[in-house]
Design a protein around this ligand. Structure first.
Ligand code: ADP
Length: 575
């Protein structure tokens, strides 16, 4: 019989609970993933501690969600997976985070340490497997190592250039226990020994600021280019002040769109070729001179252009060999440049020949595009539905919807037609050109910004990668409307020459083809969401009006002419 005077011992904390305590202690409040052996309890413990766990069907989508969540919030997105194959599926998300420079942590359960090398259930050397995509990896080999391991993967994910990190949690460690006071002691000790150098931002060299200001001041045709590094750094206020006080035209990269509105009179988006081809000084903030910016080289850029690159990553600056490089956080650097100019201000003004040239070219191009957009083409080409969608998104007002975009033609056309008016409201295939990110990004955006509608505009091929996650949308009742441009395949119809269609499998569908007329809208209805089929402007307008005001999970299946658009979108020379 129990002795009524003996108190029950405090509940033991197991590895699952300790990981969850550590994550919530450093402000991790969301996790994405797929549960199973050995991490189901970890998800449950985290939920009990107030960390929202969004359960997916596939780690690939959950990983894309975690990467985008890190970008949108500035706090690392966490992907939780099972061991072996779960970890391997998660590599898609981790690699995407690495390529885009977004902070993310992959946490995977792993085999019992005593069974390694003997063919344990889902056994894999996961630390080795993640290596190409992880800035830093930690394996907790004992419960006492959990706090330090958790805090270091969190700190490394956001340190310097953000990226992916990895935490390996063996099954036996997750089942080990410590008592509550020991858990608290371990956490306190690990918090104290966090590497401060990782969290500190680089000191900005003031002489570089002065040099940048002199260059901008003396330039004939200056341009300010900014990318998703500046969006991540939340530089919108500083960039707006700099642009508006100097009158220098600006050019955002695709995901930089919205830091300043696309409708701003100094936006050079519609005059991109002229702006990059003719500028003599380009201040590039949080954007790499990689394929997306034509490597900063002729023929797209002038051979004499002087680049001033602002980046948190020293290696990036060294790699590009700019005229001047400023190491530092985008918001701080742009703020310092603006302050330096304020002491001796200059402004190009509306009648400056360069400003006028960019504005006139932009107006011209917009007018030409509007002529194309005003044609009502049915069966739909890409432009007719894109215009209707653009107007519906603009009609939502503020807070503006987050637009998720992927697909070859759908993304290319969407980038020039859809209008971004607020920061971090565009997520697309990004630096890596990753297809299949759509549903994961939608879920991340809805979770990160619950006040915003999320609208995906994607091709049927992109949608297919993660279409099952429409069930996840419905399960969590997320305000996401997925618009599928359905042209029956990758790039649409069969574009092979007749002489290519030979051999024993010539009667098979083309590698680019899907089932024609696929009823993607019915897919979401299987789970209780709302589906629409739209083949005419009226059908599309009414589906958009109803689904945008309902703010419930919906799929709009838009029938597109399979021969509209081009194979490989705008990258035909690469295919
Ligand atoms: P985009 O695709 O929009 O051109 P990239 O992903 O190529 O943008 O480049 C983003 C750059 O921003 C990376 O080189 C990254 O190191 C840098 N970056 C990330 N965070 C910051 C920050 N806080 N301040 C300055 N640069 C940053």
């Amino acid at each position: 019989m129990a002795d009524a005077h003996v108190k029950n011992p405090p509940p033991a904390i197991d590895g699952n609970a300790l990981v969850s305590m550590c994550l919530s202690r450093v402000g991790i409040d969301r996790m994405f993933g797929v549960v199973g052996i050995p991490v189901t309890s970890l998800a449950n413990r985290a939920l009990a501690l107030g960390v929202r766990f969004i359960a997916f069907h596939n780690e690939q989508s959950a990983g894309y969600a975690a990467s985008a969540y890190g970008y949108l919030t500035g706090r690392p997105g966490v992907l939780l997976t099972v061991s072996g194959p779960g970890c391997v599926h998660g590599l898609a998300g981790l690699s995407n985070a690495a390529a885009n420079a977004w902070p993310m942590i992959l946490i995977s359960g792993s085999s019992d340490q005593s069974l390694i090398g003997r063919g344990d259930f889902q056994e894999l050397d996961q630390v080795a497997a993640v290596k190409p995509f992880s800035k830093f990896s930690a394996k907790a080999t004992d419960i006492t190592e959990i706090p330090k391991s958790v805090f270091s993967v969190v700190d490394w994910a956001v340190a310097g250039r953000p990226g992916g990190t990895y935490l390996d949690l063996p099954t036996d460690v997750l089942h080990q226990t410590v008592d509550e006071s020991e858990a608290e002691r371990l956490i306190a000790e690990a918090l104290k020994s966090r590497d401060k150098a990782l969290i500190e931002k680089p000191r900005i060299d003031n002489s570089k600021i002065k040099k940048a200001v002199e260059l901008l001041r003396s330039a004939q045709r200056p341009l300010i280019v900014f990318g998703k590094g500046a969006a991540y750094a939340k530089s919108e206020n500083e960039l707006t002040k700099l642009v508006e006080s100097t009158g220098i035209p600006f050019l955002p990269t695709p995901m930089g769109k919205g830091l300043l509105s696309d409708k701003h009179e100094l936006a050079a988006t519609a005059a991109r070729s002229l702006a990059i081809g003719k500028c003599d000084v380009a201040l590039v903030v949080g954007a790499r001179l990689n394929w997306l910016l034509h490597f900063g080289e002729p023929p797209k850029w002038s051979k004499d252009v002087k680049f001033i690159i602002v980046d948190v990553c020293e290696e990036e600056i060294e790699l590009r060999k700019p005229f001047s490089g400023i190491l530092g956080d985008a918001t701080e650097v742009v703020g310092m440049i603006h302050k330096e100019i304020k002491d001796d201000p200059f402004c190009l003004g509306k009648t400056h020949p360069w400003v006028e040239a960019v504005r006139n070219k932009g107006k011209d191009n917009v007018a030409k595009m509007e002529v194309q957009l005003s044609k009502v083409v049915v069966p739909f080409n890409f432009l007719t539905p894109m215009k209707i969608i653009r107007d519906a998104i603009l009609g939502v007002g503020s807070p503006a919807p987050v637009v998720v975009s992927e697909g070859a033609n759908t993304m290319d056309v969407g980038r020039s037609v859809l209008v971004q008016t607020e920061p971090r409201t565009r997520l697309d295939a990004g630096t890596w050109g990753t297809m299949g990110v759509g549903l994961g990004y939608c879920i991340a955006a809805a979770v990160a910004s619950p006040d915003r509608l999320v609208v995906a505009v994607e091709g049927d091929s992109g949608f297919g990668f993660s279409a099952m996650e429409v069930e996840t949308l419905v399960r969590y009742q997320l305000p996401v409307v997925v618009i599928v441009f359905n042209n029956g395949g990758v790039y649409g119809g069969d574009r092979r020459n007749p002489d290519e269609i030979t051999g024993p499998y010539k009667d098979d569908p083309a590698p680019t083809s899907f089932v024609p007329g696929a009823a993607y809208h019915i897919l979401i209805e299987a789970f209780g969401g709302k589906g629409y089929l739209a083949g005419t402007p009226d059908e599309l307008k009414s589906a958009l009006a109803e689904s945008f005001s309902a703010r419930k999970p919906a799929v709009i299946n838009v029938t597109i002419d399979p021969y509209a658009g081009a194979e490989s979108g705008r990258l035909q020379h690469k295919n």
